[in-house]
Design a protein around this ligand. Structure first.
Ligand code: C5P
Length: 290
C-alpha cells in the first residue's frame, strides 16, 4: 500500500516572544498561516527497517532527519513493526523559517497512522508532534492558528477572508538561520525577548474585522532583532520591499525567508523583478496566491 501526501509550509504573521522560561525555551504567541507551497512525501509499507530517500542532496536521510525520527517515534508508540519506505521531494527551502521540516514530520505521523489503521488517538499524535519540535503540532491540522506556550499549543482560527486573493512574495537568500541560535541571541535584545502579551489576539481581531492595511502594520517578528544584527542584508531586503510598495514585509519564524504581502499578482511580479535587479538573481523566490 502506498500513500502520497503534501506537506505545506507556513509563515508567522506575528511572532511575539514573551520571555525566557526555566526550561530554556521561550514563551511566545504566534499567528501561523499555512501556505500553498508544499513538499511531497510518499509512504510505502515494505520489508525491513524505516528507509528515507530525498531529492535534495543537502538533507541528511539518516536517523537525524525529522521524518525518520517521526516514523521511529510513531512505530514505538503504536507498537508496530515499521517496515516503511519514505520518499521526500523537497520544494520548501531548508532552515528557512517556513516550517518545512516540521511539516514533513507532522505529515509522517498522520500518514503512518493512516497506513497502520489509526492506532493512535489525536491527543497521542499531538504529544508525539510536540516532542519532535515546537512547530510540529500546528501541521497536524489545516488552516490558520494561534500558537502559544513554546508554540506547540494550537488554537485553530477561522480563515482570514481578508487575505484571500492576496499575494505573497517569498525571498530566501540561499543561507539558513539556526533556530536555537536566533532564540539564544534574544538575550542581547531584552525588548524583543520580553514582549507584552496581547499582540496576537489584536492582530487576529483586525484580520477577522477585514482591515487589511491595519493588519499588515501589526505583523511582527521578535526574532528579527537578533537575526538582522547578524545578517543586516535581511533588514535591507525588508526595508526595500516596504519602500517599493508591499503592504508589509517581515521575516518568517527564525528566518531566513522574508515575505512581502501584496494585493495583486502583477505588483508581486514587478516587486520580484525589482528585488532581483537590486539584490541579484540567484535568490530563491516564490509568488503564492492566498
Ligand atoms: O522546538 P524546536 O526543536 O523547534 O526548538 C529548537 C530550539 O529553538 C530549542 O532548542 C530552543 O533553543 C529554541 N526555541 C525556544 N523557544 C521556543 C521554540 C524554540 O527557545 N518557543
Amino acid at each position: 500500500m502506498k500513500l502520497e501526501r503534501l506537506a505545506p509550509c507556513k509563515i508567522n504573521l506575528l511572532l511575539n516572544v514573551l520571555g525566557r522560561r526555566s526550561d530554556g525555551f521561550h514563551e511566545l504567541e504566534t499567528v501561523l498561516l499555512p501556505l500553498p507551497l508544499a513538499d511531497r512525501l510518499t509512504f510505502e509499507l515494505a520489508e525491513g527497517p524505516i528507509t528515507l530517500s530525498c531529492d535534495h542532496p543537502e538533507l541528511p536521510v539518516d536517523a537525524s532527519n525529522l521524518v525518520h525520527r517521526a516514523a521511529t517515534e510513531f512505530c514505538a508508540r503504536a507498537r508496530v513493526t515499521c517496515g516503511v519506505r519514505i520518499h521526500l521531494e523537497k520544494r520548501v527551502p531548508l532552515a528557512a523559517g517556513l516550517g518545512g521540516g516540521s511539516s514533513n514530520a507532522a505529515c509522517t505521523l498522520l500518514a503512518l497512522n493512516q497506513l497502520f489503521g489509526l492506532p493512535l488517538a489525536e491527543s497521542t499524535l499531538h504529544a508525539l508532534a510536540a516532542a519532535l519540535g515546537s512547530d510540529v503540532p500546528f501541521f497536524l491540522s489545516e488552516g490558520p492558528a494561534l500558537g502559544t506556550g513554546r508554540g506547540e499549543q494550537i488554537t485553530a482560527l477561522r480563515p482570514f477572508e481578508v487575505l484571500r486573493g492576496g499575494h505573497l512574495l517569498l525571498i530566501h537568500p540561499g543561507f539558513g538561520v539556526s533556530t536555537p541560535w536566533a532564540y539564544q541571541h534574544l538575550s542581547r535584545h531584552p525588548a524583543a525577548r520580553d514582549g507584552q502579551p496581547g499582540r496576537a489576539l489584536a492582530l487576529i481581531e483586525t484580520l477577522h474585522r477585514g482591515d487589511l492595511a491595519s493588519a499588515a502594520r501589526q505583523f511582527y517578528n521578535a526574532l528579527e532583532a537578533p537575526v538582522f544584527e547578524k545578517h543586516p542584508w535581511l533588514a535591507l531586503v525588508r526595508e526595500f520591499l516596504e519602500a517599493q510598495g508591499a503592504l508589509a514585509a517581515r521575516m518568517s519564524g527564525s528566518g531566513s525567508t522574508t515575505f512581502a504581502l501584496l494585493e495583486r499578482r502583477d505588483a508581486a511580479e514587478r516587486l520580484r523583478a525589482e528585488v532581483q535587479a537590486r539584490f541579484g538573481t540567484n535568490l530563491w523566490t516564490a509568488i503564492l496566491e492566498l
